[in-house]
Design a protein around this ligand. Structure first.
Ligand SMILES: Nc1nc2c(c(=O)[nH]1)N[C@H]1C(S)=C(S)[C@@H](COP(=O)(O)OP(=O)(O)OC[C@H]3O[C@@H](n4cnc5c(=O)[nH]c(N)nc54)[C@H](O)[C@@H]3O)O[C@H]1N2
Ligand SMILES: Nc1nc2c(c(=O)[nH]1)N[C@H]1C(S)=C(S)[C@@H](COP(=O)(O)OP(=O)(O)OC[C@H]3O[C@@H](n4cnc5c(=O)[nH]c(N)nc54)[C@H](O)[C@@H]3O)O[C@H]1N2
Ligand SMILES: [Mo]
Length: 776
């Protein structure tokens, strides 16, 4: 029996604020996840499903992209992984009768929580122009309609194909081939809003946009710096790795505006100690940094290293920097050192809100360490100067030769479980020319070379009338993107919007003149095709590729796999009536590929470096690890063949008096735009989401009492007041001037053109706001 469905939107009147927690996971976490699972799936399915997560021949956890530990035992699931699985494996359904009962206008009034909790989509649905109700439609008609719209475009660049990071390698590869076959590179993805800054900074400096550490390196590290990441909520399995590192005597430094529970202390439910309480204190040092102060911090650390290196008579003189590594493998040191000398301590202290002594103490930790890893996530990637910040992270690691040696390296911790794999498969609006060359040779066509739109550019194009068709391969575009009102209006300009989805969300309700919902299989489900039962593959945050095989009966008989949807659409687009290929289209046996995914893998093996012998390699337990020059052999795939030090002028956000800088972040009970529940347990919030965390000193200065309800109004150079109404003020441990509130409710505040230099990522962690009495 599935549990009770929410009949109403979250009632913020019920919200309570308790004490924040210092510890993550432990028994309450397990109990909580069981509760969510039982509620969604019932006892039998809960047991069947959770036992299969991340097991040999089971399915890959759709929760996050943290790698699996070597030995998989049945308890290798975490609280939030279990919740992600329960959301997909739920017994609740959204059948055609649901749409007959509820109009689009009515559903627009439902919040994300209530929409998502309705369950799995079961049938393709069509919203005709001028209609307020979706009606069932056959797959033939739905795909026929989409193909006709696409073929009717004056220019293929009028179509936009978004991807979210749960899509398998096989589906992603086929999708990008179909899109490029159509003639466009308009392939924005969730990565544009996520780790794009990491990709930009790493590709430039070390030649490859992926992390350089393995789990083994985490265990061997002497120092692990975790900056801008909340693993207790968003990557809970990472805590086990940190616990192990800690046992091996690693020092852990947490850099965060908030004292996040998981960073401070961890009770591992899989050990007796965790079950009986106590747990492991994780972070040795906590640097409570101001929002956007990380570039300054790393420049400060660089200064400390340099000073010690040059300090006459010190035992460390001349031995702090790894000069052999620097000489053999890097270029650009001079420019970087000049920037370090130019950076003033006074600025560094202002930017970070830390004392010089604190930064020097962390510098001493670096000097004492022979193997340092830096981990990061959205706290570092979603600022205007994120690429510069991450270049400066790389600079500090390069100084001590901390790339390509055991226990050391860069570790951008990815979000969606296959976001890294999707990029490897070509989901990118600007793939390098070698990829295009290989793709063209494999499928005998000429893929388009001009760059396509990224996420922000896609919204601008829709807003400005340059696009007509939008297709979303997963995700929830309208809620994940910035400037919600602008994005909703942009989508309304489309002739047709299409969402390939597992669950109901707001992107089904903010549509073009016509809309389609194409329901698809999730990763937990059996995928049976003409050629038998299929498996798919995914790539984790540490470049390991492995197979995933769903076991549950599909949520409905009328679902198609993502691969099947793409293949059928491609046939309509590219095949002639007699089964041939239209002139100029990629030559592929689309039906054959959909029947047997190993044939897709054979193409991938020919196109994407590192996938030679693909099929055999995924038969191995645990799969295989993709090559990574810097990690494997200190070979840097930059133009010069060397790692690049870079000189980056110091930047940090400057906030006018009386204003606060807002970061938009995740609660413990959500997966991006999918809201699992109403609590943020570790931060002490219950039964509501509209809260804004503010330092007590700011409240005093603003004359606002803890618990007051205010509107958040963002300020931007365009002079437009963007307003998010009705947030309860919560006095909280965050640096002065730095506030926090949950995404996606606050996306309305992020201006579309407020984005990171170079990477174009919306500045979701850096929004200038003022607090106002409620407008109504
Ligand atoms: N359960 C669950 N798991 C998830 C997700 C989810 O929503 N729910 N989302 C997935 C996805 S797609 C992603 S990308 C990841 C996201 O994982 P995170 O990046 O951990 O997610 P956020 O909640 O955005 O948290 C950002 C963290 O950075 C800190 N921070 C903010 N600004 C700054 C700053 O300027 N400097 C520093 N040093 N710290 C800062 C915040 O206080 C917070 O701790 O998680 C993935 N896993
Ligand atoms: N303000 C603010 N905005 C942000 C962020 C932030 O920190 N602050 N974070 C950004 C980040 S890091 C990210 S990654 C994006 C996330 O952006 P998205 O990836 O677009 O959003 P999700 O909420 O993960 O998408 C959830 C939907 O995906 C569909 N889905 C789930 N599983 C599958 C599947 O297997 N196949 C298919 N086809 N569909 C599936 C379901 O219908 C579900 O409703 O948001 C970004 N936006
Ligand atoms: Mo993400």
């Amino acid at each position: 029996m599935a549990g009770k469905l929410p009949q109403e939107n979250i009632d913020e009147q019920q919200l309570t604020v308790g004490k924040m927690k210092r510890k993550a996971v432990g028994v309450p976490g397990i109990l909580h996840s069981m509760e969510v699972s039982l509620n969604q799936m019932g006892p039998l399915r809960t047991a069947q499903t959770l036992l299969r997560v991340n097991q040999k021949d089971g399915f890959d956890c759709p929760g996050c992209a943290w790698p699996e530990a070597e030995r998989r035992h049945t308890a290798e699931f975490c609280e939030n992984g279990a919740k992600a699985v329960a959301e997909e494996a739920t017994k609740r359904r959204v059948p055609p009768s649901f749409f007959a009962q509820h109009s689009v206008t009515e559903l627009r009034g439902w919040d994300d929580f209530r929409l998502g909790q309705q369950g799995r989509l079961t049938d393709p649905m069509f919203l005709a122009e001028g209609s307020d109700h979706y009606v069932p439609v056959s797959w033939e008609r739905a795909l026929g309609l989409l193909a006709a719209e696409l073929r009717g475009l004056a220019d293929p660049d009028q179509a936009i194909f978004y991807t979210s990071g749960r899509t398998s390698n096989e589906a992603a590869f086929l999708y990008q081939l179909m899109v490029r076959g159509l003639g466009t590179n308009n392939l924005p993805d969730c990565s544009n809003m996520c780790h794009e800054s990491s990709g930009s900074a790493l590709t430039e400096t070390i030649g490859i946009g992926k992390g350089s550490v393995s789990l083994e390196d985490m265990y061997k590290a002497e120092l692990i710096i975790i900056a801008g990441q909340n693993p207790g909520t968003n990557h809970p399995r990472m805590l086990s790795a940190l616990e192990k590192a800690k046992k091996n005597r690693a020092v852990i430094v947490a850099v965060n505006p908030l004292p996040e529970a998981g960073l401070m202390n961890f009770e591992n439910p899989q050990t007796v100690r965790g079950l009986v309480g106590g747990g492991t204190a994780l972070a040795d040092d906590f640097l409570q940094i101001r929002l956007g102060g990380d570039q300054a911090l790393f420049q400060g650390l660089g200064k400390v290293l340099l000073e010690e290196q040059r300090s006459p008579g010190s035992p460390r003189e001349g031995r702090v920097l790894d000069t052999a590594f620097i000489e053999a493998h890097t270029t650009g040191l001079g420019g970087y050192l000049a920037q370090l000398e130019a950076a003033e301590w006074a600025d560094i202290v202002t930017a970070t809100g830390l004392t010089e002594a604190q930064i020097r103490a962390t510098g001493a930790r670096l000097i004492a360490s022979n193997a340092t890893v830096v981990c990061w996530a959205m706290g570092l990637t979603q600022h205007k100067h994120s690429v510069a910040t991450l270049r400066d992270v790389v600079n500090v690691l390069l100084l001590q030769g901390n790339i390509g040696k055991p226990g050391a390296g860069v570790c951008p911790v990815r979000g969606h479980s296959n976001v890294q794999g999707d990029r490897t498969m070509g989901i990118f609006e600007r793939m390098p020319s070698e990829f295009h060359d290989a793709l063209d040779a494999e499928f005998s066509f000429a893929s388009p070379r001009p760059h396509g739109y990224d996420t922000v550019a896609a919204i601008e194009a829709m807003r400005d009338g340059l696009a007509r068709v939008f297709v979303g391969m997963g995700g929830n575009f309208v809620r994940a993107t910035p400037d919600s009102d602008v994005t909703e209006a942009a989508l309304a300009n489309m002739s047709l919007t299409v969402q390939i989805s597992t669950k109901l969300n707001k992107s089904h309700l903010h549509t073009g003149r016509q809309a389609l919902i194409l329901p698809t299989l999730g990763r937990t489900e059996r995928d049976r095709q003409a050629g038998g039962e299929q498996r798919v593959t995914v790539e984790d945050s540490m470049s390991a590729v492995h197979a995933s095989r769903g076991r549950l009966a599909p949520a409905s008989e009328n679902l198609l796999s993502e691969v099947a949807i793409v293949a059928r659409l491609a046939e309509l687009l590219f095949s002639t009536d007699d089964g041939g290929t239209r002139p100029g289209a990629p030559v592929a046996d689309w039906a054959g590929l959909a029947a047997d995914y190993s044939k897709i893998r054979a193409h991938i093996a020919n196109v994407v470096p590192g996938f030679e012998d693909f099929e055999a390699k995924i038969d191995r337990p645990g799969g295989f690890v993709l090559p990574h020059g810097p990690r494997d052999s200190r070979s840097f795939t930059t133009d010069s063949g060397l790692a690049h030090f870079t000189a980056n002028p110091l930047e940090y956000p400057k906030v006018p008096a009386g204003r606060l800088l807002l970061q938009t972040l995740r609660s413990h009970d959500q997966y991006n735009t999918t809201i699992y529940g109403k609590d943020d347990r570790y931060r002490g919030i219950k039964n509501g989401r509209r809260v804004v965390f503010v330092n007590q000193a700011d409240l005093d200065a603003l004359g606002i009492a803890d618990g007051t309800v205010v509107d958040l109004v963002s300020e931007w150079k365009d002079g437009v007041d963007r307003r998010a109404p009705g947030f309860r003020v919560v006095a909280y441990s965050t640096p002065v001037g730095c506030a926090a509130a949950y995404y996606p409710e606050t996306n309305v505040l992020v201006p579309l053109d407020s984005k990171a230099d170079i990477s174009g990522t919306p500045t979701s962690k850096s929004v200038v706001i003022r607090l106002e009495p409620p407008a109504v």
